[in-house]
Design a protein around this ligand. Structure first.
Ligand code: GAL
Length: 703
């Protein structure tokens, strides 16, 4: 009997097993079919979205500062859905939502936020999660789950949970082209290489939203993404001048004196950053003025403003018990502390209001022009609870965005533009006027981050802090002056631009070049605002070149910095895309569709202009406030072909440009009918704003 029972049990369990397999086998096709039925909705020209499972209430697009810029999107080429619909599948269940998209054998993937190494992202499994960057690979404090494909489309996983991506790295029974099965026992040379022909992405939770952006070009993909995110940032003009951040312990008097030194040294300056020391206590912070170092903040801010210098304040959101905000924020804060301070839940309108009312009164009302929002790249444990309902994982990914939103709303309400710094960001941030920075200091990584950030709607500054020697000081300064935010961050070094005496002239030349280029840079940002083309552009965007050590600044200027630690003896290789290229300084032809080796003296960085490039320039000013009416404008033309440049201008401070108070001047270079020489003229003026320039001079750089 006993024996019988055992036998019966074994048979039963065998039966059970095969039955289970049968049932699963029957269910398999149905499950696959089910995940293939995704409904796509066109949400803007060339942009489609689908929701798999249950949509989250908070997502990146719900945190946008501005809504979709439909006009800009309408002006892009008409585009069809860029992927094979039948190959897209998705499902949600068991606390996972996932999407699968087709991927061709030769397809390459770029983007994915602020990345410090190379440009390719397809050869790996990527986990996009907030992480303080120490220099390791694939860690980022702007983990934007958006990728751009070499096939001319882009995909955003619009979910604030961590996203796990697999590129050609997963199999399903229904995968195309499954590799031939081999027997490892007899075929020992065989190594398993995952090749799934799909992109798969997943998040923890009940659902996810997928947004697909059409091209056809990589630039068009990025434009659509940026315009869908509200359009790019148009900073106030002062934001594009030179920035200094004083040592954290420096007082109001010390800083005021340092500014006098800027004048003595004839160094431009338009923003002075005040680091933690403006507060009574930091880490955690009180957010209260320290009266011993800053006895009269209003006087301090006003006296700087009268000299065309704007004040930016450092802060983080973690509150000290002595903070005047503490009591109000305590019930609105997270379950855990950071730096022993309470963490305000900025998803709650009430929290944001407490923050805004306070900052308005003690800062904006006395003229503080912007903020450096530090330490928001905190990665909270997943189980941290926020009273608004989010968990630590979700909040980590958006804390930077929420802080930006909180601060920018105050300026928006006052019809004032701001421009600041932030140490964490994410998707949908193109319209948010904050630039990323980090505590990392590898120059090569800094330049790679400049290139990569342009693929994800974020801005980055390769800030200069200090240097081991004069040459490093100059090379770092030159690079940062060609970036979205030209800043010396001396919070710890206390350095000034003239700290390395022997190279003071070279430093002045680098900063002055930025000041001279302001009309060009401002127009480039206007392109970002209205057309979504980023100011700094990876070589992928216009030229399909995979490179992370040179980039385009605007339409015409190719910037190839001498990277400290990488390029030795002032020499480097530069990739010149198809088309003729010219030396910025001399106008001489340098090459076409080739790699060249260049050596430059310390006072120069390698800069090239494309054929027909027109670069509007002014004489260097100490700060953008000095660009008054009737400033002399020089238009440099390079190369041998007719071309044009649309110069953008407005008041540089408010949003009145949104009510048509701007100007666009069309500068054209044409061939003279009689002598066939190139001549320059103004061929159109649009808009009601009176532009800054008076005399116009043409300089044909290529003889
Ligand atoms: C760091 C920040 C630095 C500086 C410093 C002040 O977290 O990255 O730029 O602001 O804090 O304590």
């Amino acid at each position: 009997m006993k024996f019988k029972t055992i036998i019966m049990g074994a048979v039963a369990s065998t039966l059970m097993t095969s039955l289970t397999h049968e049932v699963l086998a029957q269910q398999l096709p149905t499950r696959l079919q089910q995940i293939q039925q995704l409904k796509w909705q066109q949400v803007a020209p060339g942009v489609w979205k689908t929701i798999i499972g249950k949509a989250d209430q908070v997502n990146y697009m719900s945190l946008r500062r501005r809504s979709v810029q439909i006009d800009g999107l309408k002006s892009l080429p008409l585009a069809n859905f860029p992927l094979d619909l039948t190959k897209i599948a998705g499902t949600a269940g068991a606390n996972k939502a996932f999407v699968r998209l087709p991927m061709a054998d030769d397809e390459k993937i770029y983007g994915m936020g602020l990345q410090f190494k190379g440009v390719r992202r397809d050869h790996k499994r990527y986990r996009m999660e907030m992480s303080w960057y120490h220099g390791g690979n694939e860690k980022t404090h702007a983990p934007v789950p958006f990728y751009v494909s070499s096939k001319g489309y882009g995909v955003l996983i619009n979910s604030i949970s961590n996203v796990e991506f697999f590129f050609n790295n997963t199999y399903r029974p229904d995968s195309d082209k499954l590799p031939v099965k081999r027997d490892r026992t007899t075929d020992r040379k065989w190594t398993h290489k995952a090749q799934g022909k799909y992109v798969e992405a997943s998040v923890n939770g009940d659902g996810l939203e997928v947004i697909v952006f059409a091209g056809p070009t990589l630039m068009n993909v990025v434009q659509r993404y940026n315009l869908y995110s509200g359009g790019g940032v148009l900073p106030p003009k002062w934001g594009l001048g030179f920035w200094d951040r004083a040592h954290t312990k420096h007082s109001q008097d010390f800083i005021t004196n340092a500014i006098k030194e800027y004048k003595t040294h004839k160094m431009p300056l338009s923003v002075m950053g005040v680091e933690p020391g403006w507060q009574t206590k930091t880490y955690p912070s009180t957010l209260a003025w320290d009266n011993s170092r800053f006895p009269d903040p209003k006087k301090f801010v006003t006296s700087l403003k009268n000299q065309g210098i704007y004040v930016n304040l450092w802060e983080h959101p973690y509150l000290h018990p002595e903070s005047p905000l503490y009591k109000q924020i305590e019930p609105l804060s997270a379950s855990h502390l950071v730096y022993q301070g309470i963490v305000p839940d900025l998803t709650l309108a009430k929290t944001r209001k407490v923050f805004q009312d306070y900052h308005q009164k003690i800062h904006l009302d006395i003229g503080i022009a912007g903020y450096k929002l530090d330490e928001v790249d905190e990665r909270f444990p997943g189980h941290v609870f926020f009273p608004g309902g989010l968990n630590g994982e979700q909040y980590s990914n958006i804390q930077g965005l929420l802080y930006q939103k909180t601060m920018v709303e105050m300026y928006d309400r006052q019809n004032l533009r701001t421009y600041g710094l932030v140490r964490a960001s994410n998707a949908g941030a193109a319209s948010s006027p904050f630039v990323l920075y980090s505590d990392h200091y590898n120059h090569e990584d800094f330049i790679a981050a400049l290139c990569n950030s342009s693929l994800s709607g974020i801005l980055w500054t390769p800030e200069i802090r200090s240097a081991g020697n004069e040459r490093e000081w100059v090379r770092r300064m030159q690079a940062v002056c060609m970036s979205p935010l030209a800043m010396l961050n001396a919070w710890s070094s206390g350095k000034k631009p003239w700290s390395f005496k022997k190279v003071e002239n070279e430093i002045r030349t680098a900063i002055n070049l930025r000041m001279s280029l302001l009309p060009y840079i401002y127009t480039t940002f206007a392109q970002y605002r209205f057309t979504g083309q980023p100011p700094v552009r990876s070589m992928l965007l216009n030229y399909n070149i995979e490179n992370a050590d040179q980039f385009m600044l605007g339409d015409s200027l190719l910037v190839a910095p001498i990277i400290w630690g990488k390029h030795k003896n002032d020499t480097r290789e530069v990739i010149l895309p198809k088309g003729k290229w010219y030396d910025f300084y001399t106008g001489k032809y340098v090459g076409n569709d080739q790699k060249i080796k260049v050596t430059v003296s310390l006072d120069k960085m390698p800069l090239f202009v494309k054929n027909g490039g027109i670069i509007p320039m002014i004489n260097p000013v100490m700060n953008p406030d000095q660009i008054k009416e009737n400033t002399k404008l020089t238009l440099r033309h390079y190369g041998d072909v007719p071309s044009e440049f649309m110069l953008y201008d407005d008041d540089g401070k408010t949003f009145n440009y949104q009510n048509k108070e701007f100007s666009i001047t069309r500068f054209s270079v044409v061939k003279d009918e009689y002598n066939n020489k190139l001549v320059g003229k103004i061929t159109g003026k649009y808009g009601s704003y009176k532009p800054f320039y008076g005399d116009v001079k043409w300089l044909f750089m290529t003889k």
